[in-house]
Design a protein around this ligand. Structure first.
Ligand SMILES: Nc1ncnc2c1ncn2[C@@H]1O[C@H](COP(=O)(O)OP(=O)(O)O)[C@@H](O)[C@H]1O
Ligand SMILES: [Mg+2]
Length: 256
């Protein structure tokens, strides 16, 4: 059974003082074998959160409130500075471009790599069907990802990350980077994926979208949970996710 449990979780980002160019201090640091002194930004403060199978949780809050950090924390991308996290179920984080991809190797080798990371055997059929979904020219398959535009890169990463339904799906407001011609297909694929996933956690500053898609909304402000409420049932809206993805695409123009 999929579940996510965070207990009193704090997360600090180390911040190095890039203006400190004192050569003497740097040399002393190196010679003395000490680490450069770092200050920190506390991005999450004492987060308590329990999510059970069947829930679709919206993380809502202004820029800088900690939504992306909380998703990365749930995904285990960053080590936490305090507290406990317990998750059961396979997590697929769709948090932005290029996490886990290697830009120096070919597109198809990246597809194989990302499948293996997810514990899926990259058979020729699987890799072909993922590549077909991108609708990119076949000759691009063997080119390194660094030669792809960001839109092309997004197609590859989107196709591979959504090819199999995860137990726990984490989404940041990233769909806006999928280009227009691709977005219709992407919406359909997302709809299928969300309907099959056991837990969805989606971050956005678009409350209308979250109210349509989610069963529960957690509001964040300055790294703290300030409210955690179920979404009051509304009359069923047709094609809720498609409309939601469309909203998200037009309200945000870049990666958050
Ligand atoms: N890699 C990072 N290094 C240092 N500070 C960061 C980093 N990423 C985010 N932060 C800081 O953490 C806080 C929360 O950011 P974030 O999780 O991106 O918020 P949101 O997704 O809600 O906009 C902000 O103060 C931001 O400046
Ligand atoms: Mg963010």
């Amino acid at each position: 059974m999929a579940s996510i449990s965070l207990e009193n979780v704090t997360l600090d980002y180390p911040v190095f003082d890039l203006n400190d160019k004192s050569l003497k201090r740097r040399l002393l640091t190196v010679v003395g074998g000490q680490r450069e002194k770092a200050s920190v930004i506390r991005a999450l403060h004492g987060i308590d959160l329990e999510i059970k199978a069947g829930e679709r949780v919206g993380l809502y809050g202004p820029n800088g409130s900690g939504k992306t950090t909380l998703l990365r924390t749930i995904a285990g991308i960053f080590p936490i500075s305090g507290g406990h996290i317990n998750s059961t179920g396979h997590i697929t984080p769709l948090l932005g471009l290029a996490i886990g991809a290697n830009k120096e190797i070919s597109a198809e080798d990246n597809i194989r790599l990302l499948l293996r990371v997810d514990g899926i055997k990259p058979t020729a059929d699987v890799v072909d069907s993922i590549w077909d979904f991108t609708e990119l020219k076949d000759k691009m398959r063997r080119l390194p990802l660094r030669t792809f535009s960001s839109g092309m890169l997004m197609r590859v990463l989107f196709s591979v990350s959504t090819a199999f339904s995860p137990e726990i799906l984490l989404l940041d407001e990233w769909l806006s980077v999928v280009d227009k011609t691709f977005s219709k297909k992407a919406e359909q694929r997302m709809e299928d994926l969300v309907s099959r996933t056991k837990i969805l956690v989606i971050a956005s500053h678009n409350i209308n979208m979250l109210e349509r898609v989610c069963t529960r909304i957690v509001c964040l402000d300055e790294g703290r949970i300030i409210s955690d409420e179920p979404v009051v049932a509304k009359p069923k809206v047709e094609e809720p996710l498609e409309a939601a993805v469309h909203d998200s695409a037009i309200t945000s123009q870049g990666l958050s």
